[in-house]
Ligand binder design. Structure first.
Ligand SMILES: Cc1cc2nc3c(=O)[nH]c(=O)nc-3n(C[C@H](O)[C@H](O)[C@H](O)COP(=O)(O)OP(=O)(O)OC[C@H]3O[C@@H](n4cnc5c(N)ncnc54)[C@H](O)[C@@H]3O)c2cc1C
Length: 396
C-alpha cells in the first residue's frame, strides 16, 4: 500500500467505527440506511449516492470490518437482482435523480427487484423481445408477456427491456426501464419448477404506465444498458462464493468427513478432483473480483458462470451417489414460493434438481461458449441473418 492508500484505509476505519458507535445493529434496514448515508455502501459510488468516490478496491476492507463487528450486511440472496444487477446498472446509466431515488432503497432492500427480460420468444436471443412500450404524455404504455421472472412475487420494482421502435433492426429498437411492480396492469402468475417449488413466474403487462423519468439510458439504447446488466449478472452468479467450501462442495465435503459410513474408496479420487476444481473456481472468482475493482465487468465473467454451472451439476450428481438411496429421497412436492435459493441448507435431492437450472439461468452454457469464442478468443462470430432487417419484418 502506498502512503496515500494507507491514509484512505485509516480514514475508512474511522468512518466505520463512527457508524458502528452511532447505530443500532439490531435494526438491519436502519443500519444499512445509515451505512449508505455514510458512503460505506459502495465506496466507489459518488458521495451522496452511497459512496465516497474511492477506488472500488477499498470495498473489501469496509465489508470485512463491518462483518467482523457483526453488522448486518445487504440482503444478497433475497435481493440479488437489485444489488447485483439493478444497482450497478443504475449507477452506470442513471440520471442523478434516478441514482438519488433508487440506490438507497436497493441497498436497504426496501426495494426488492426482479428482472423482466426473458419472453417466450426471447431468451437466449434477448434482443428479440416483443413487449412493446409506446410513448405518450409524460411516459410509456407497456404491453406484453415476460417469463421465468425469478422472485416477481416479492418484488416492488423491476428492470425491464421493451421494444420502442419496431421499424429498426432488433438491437436498435429497445429501451430499458425501471418498472413499478405495483402497477395495476401487472399480473404475476407462478410457474412450478422441477423441484416442485415456484421461484419464478410468468408476468403479464397490460397497459402498464412507466413515467419517462423511469427510462434508464436513452431511447433505443436498451441493448447497451441490458448488456451491462447481463455482464453483472454472470459475475453475480459465477463469482459470489467467497469462503472455502462455502459453495456446493461444502455439504459434500462435510458429509464425507462426518459420516464415515458413506465413504467409498472408489469415490475418494473423484471427491478430491471436485474439491480441487471447486477451489480453482473460487480462486478464479476472487481474481476476477479483484480485476473488476478497476472498472466494469467484461465478458470474462461468462467463463466463470459457465464453470460454476458445470461444477454445480457435477458436484450435485456426486452428492446423490455419495448418499446412495437416501440421496434420492426428495419427495416433498409441497408448492412453495421461496424468497431465496438456498442450496447449502437443503437436501442432496433438492440440490441435484435445482442445479439443472444453473446452466440455463443468466444465459445458457451454449450462449456463454459463444460469448467466450467471440469476445474473449476473437473467433469469427455466428452468422446473423437478422442483423440489418427491421424487427417488424423478421419472420416470427
Ligand atoms: C432458474 C431460472 C431463473 C431465471 N430467472 C430469470 C429472471 O429472473 N428474469 C429473466 O428475465 N429470465 C430469467 N430466466 C430465463 C433465462 O435467462 C432463459 O431461460 C435463458 O436465457 C434461455 O432462454 P430460453 O429459455 O428462451 O431458451 P432458448 O433461447 O429457446 O434456448 C434453447 C436452447 O438452445 C440453445 N441455443 C439458443 N440459441 C443458440 C445459439 N445461437 N447457439 C447455440 N445454442 C443456442 C440454448 O443454449 C438452449 O440450450 C431464468 C431461467 C431459469 C432456469
Amino acid at each position: 500500500m502506498t502512503t496515500d492508500e494507507q491514509a484512505i484505509a485509516r480514514d475508512l476505519s474511522g468512518r466505520i467505527a463512527t457508524l458502528l458507535e452511532q447505530n443500532d445493529l439490531s435494526d438491519p434496514a436502519r443500519f444499512l440506511g445509515a451505512r449508505f448515508d455514510a458512503g460505506l455502501a459502495w465506496v466507489h459510488f459518488p458521495p451522496g449516492r452511497g459512496g465516497l468516490g474511492l477506488p472500488q478496491s477499498f470495498q473489501a476492507q469496509v465489508d470485512a470490518e463491518l462483518e467482523a463487528a457483526g453488522a448486518p450486511g445487504p440482503a444478497k440472496s433475497r435481493n440479488g437482482i437489485g444489488l447485483g444487477m439493478a444497482a450497478p446498472t443504475i449507477a452506470a446509466f442513471g440520471t442523478d435523480e434516478q441514482k438519488q431515488k433508487y440506490l438507497r432503497p436497493i441497498f436497504t432492500s426496501e426495494h426488492i427487484y426482479c428482472q423482466l427480460f426473458s419472453e417466450p420468444g426471447a431468451g437466449s436471443d434477448l434482443a428479440a423481445v416483443a413487449t412493446r412500450a409506446v410513448r405518450g404524455g409524460d411516459g410509456w404504455t407497456v404491453n406484453g408477456q415476460k417469463v421465468w421472472t425469478s422472485g416477481a412475487q416479492n418484488a416492488q420494482r423491476a428492470i425491464l427491456v421493451a421494444r420502442t421502435d419496431p421499424s429498426v433492426p432488433k438491437h436498435a429498437g429497445l429501451t430499458y426501464f425501471l418498472c413499478d411492480m405495483s402497477d395495476p396492469g401487472i399480473d404475476v402468475r407462478p410457474l412450478r419448477q422441477i423441484t416442485g417449488e415456484a421461484e419464478f413466474n410468468e408476468v403479464f403487462l397490460t397497459d402498464v404506465h412507466i413515467p419517462d423519468s423511469d427510462r434508464l439510458g436513452a431511447e433505443g439504447q436498451g441493448w447497451k444498458v441490458a448488456t451491462a446488466t447481463l455482464n453483472n449478472e454472470r459475475v453475480a452468479i459465477g463469482g459470489s462464493a467467497a469462503a472455502r467450501e462455502s459453495g456446493m462442495i461444502g455439504p459434500v465435503a462435510r458429509a464425507w468427513r462426518e459420516q464415515p459410513g458413506l465413504r467409498d474408496p472408489a469415490m475418494h479420487d473423484e471427491l478430491l478432483r471436485l474439491w480441487v476444481e471447486a477451489e480453482v473456481a473460487r480462486l478464479t472468482g476472487e481474481r476476477l473480483r479483484q480485476q473488476l475493482e478497476a472498472g466494469q465487468p467484461g465478458p470474462e465473467g461468462s467463463g466463470l458462470k459457465l464453470a460454476f454451472a458445470r461444477l454445480a451439476q457435477t458436484i450435485s450428481g456426486f452428492d446423490i451417489e455419495l448418499h446412495g438411496e437416501a440421496g434420492l429421497r426428495y419427495d416433498d412436492w409441497t408448492m412453495r414460493r421461496p424468497d431465496k435459493v438456498d442450496f447449502i441448507g437443503r437436501e442432496p435431492g433438492y440440490r441435484y434438481l435445482r442445479a439443472k437450472g444453473n446452466s440455463i439461468e443468466g444465459g445458457t452454457s451454449e450462449i456463454l461458449r459463444n460469448v467466450i469464442a467471440e469476445r474473449v478468443l476473437g473467433l469469427p462470430p455466428e452468422h446473423r441473418v437478422d442483423k440489418d432487417i427491421a424487427w417488424k419484418d423478421l419472420p416470427r
